[in-house]
Design a protein around this ligand. Structure first.
Ligand SMILES: [Zn+2]
Length: 300
């Protein structure tokens, strides 16, 4: 019995040891690898304009997005995304941009994640506009037998203002693991079969990725927040949240709530050339810092 346990320990240890060369092989050979890598460069940025119009005849979950007094989130996000693509390709040499949506038609979130993973994105930037739900207010509409009569009315809540950053929180780890796994298999790892969830080496690698993505996503969000602050935008902060489209992207990912479309000031800003250009410029400055840091920190 004792022998058996020892045998198991030895085989466990040797598995761990064989996993080490595998680990460094993965880090050095994969261009996709944002953990380390001898000449890692950010080559592809996925820009994801939120929402859209339901395609004719399409079924399933589509979301039209929020609206303001005269504009729609889906139009604002697309306008900013197109400007962002143009500026990234102009200002970040050698970086390609892939849009998850380039027409007014919505694209299902799973498809957006697929586009990101298939194109081997190094970063995923999702663009949205925020909005507050109506408040339910009870008001007195009259009196009956000396007692007030109430009715409930919906009052628009226009108090929300400014930028909110979302990064993916670990609410859907299984799905994220699958996305990472698929990307690893399709990547340069030359694995013959899917990583086995019971294989410690594969799991160590996957957990490492997960940890790095989270860290890098938060860091990118922090850089963006500091740039938006420079522009005088009100900042609501960085929130970790289970966001479907983010958790399926096997790469660092942030979601930018660019402003509140149901706040009159923000709506005007979000629809203006000045506002859109400022938002794009902030994101570009953050991306430049991020890219420089990541590419400089790579170990030879
Ligand atoms: Zn949205």
């Amino acid at each position: 019995m004792k022998n058996k346990a020892l045998k198991r320990l030895i085989s466990g240890l040797s598995l761990l040891l064989t996993s080490l060369p595998f680990f460094s092989f993965a880090s050095n050979s994969s261009q996709k690898d944002t953990v380390t890598g001898s000449n890692y460069k950010i080559r592809t940025i996925i820009v994801d304009p939120g929402h859209g119009v339901r395609p004719p005849g399409a079924t399933g979950n589509f979301s039209p997005g929020a609206s303001g007094a005269y504009s729609f989130e889906r139009d604002v996000t697309l306008a900013i995304a197109l400007k962002l693509r143009q500026e990234i390709e102009k200002q970040l040499a050698g970086v390609k941009v892939v849009l998850t949506r380039s027409t007014s038609e919505d694209v299902a979130w799973q498809k957006r994640a697929d586009i990101a993973n298939e194109n081997k994105g190094d970063l995923f930037i999702s663009l949205h506009c925020n909005s507050l739900a109506d408040r339910h207010v009870r008001e007195i509409v009259g009196h009956k037998h000396h007692k007030p009569v109430y009715r409930t009315v919906d009052v628009p809540d226009r108090s929300g203002k400014g930028v909110l950053m979302l990064v993916y929180g670990f609410h859907r780890t299984k799905e994220e693991e699958r996305a990472i796994k698929e990307n690893l298999v399709e990547g340069e790892l030359e694995m013959n079969s899917d990583p086995d969830p019971n294989d410690p080496a594969a799991m160590i690698l996957m957990n490492e990725y997960k940890r790095k993505y989270r860290k890098q996503s938060i860091h990118l969000a922090e850089l963006m927040v500091s740039e938006f602050t420079t522009d005088g935008r009100r900042i609501e902060g960085i929130r970790e949240q289970g966001v479907l489209v983010l958790c399926h992207s096997a790469m660092p990912a942030v979601l930018v709530e660019t402003g509140y479309i149901n706040n009159p000031e923000d709506e005007a800003y979000l629809n203006s050339e000045t506002g859109q250009n400022e938002i794009v410029a902030s994101i570009i400055r953050a991306l430049k810092s991020y890219k420089d840091e990541i590419e400089a920190s790579v170990q030879p």
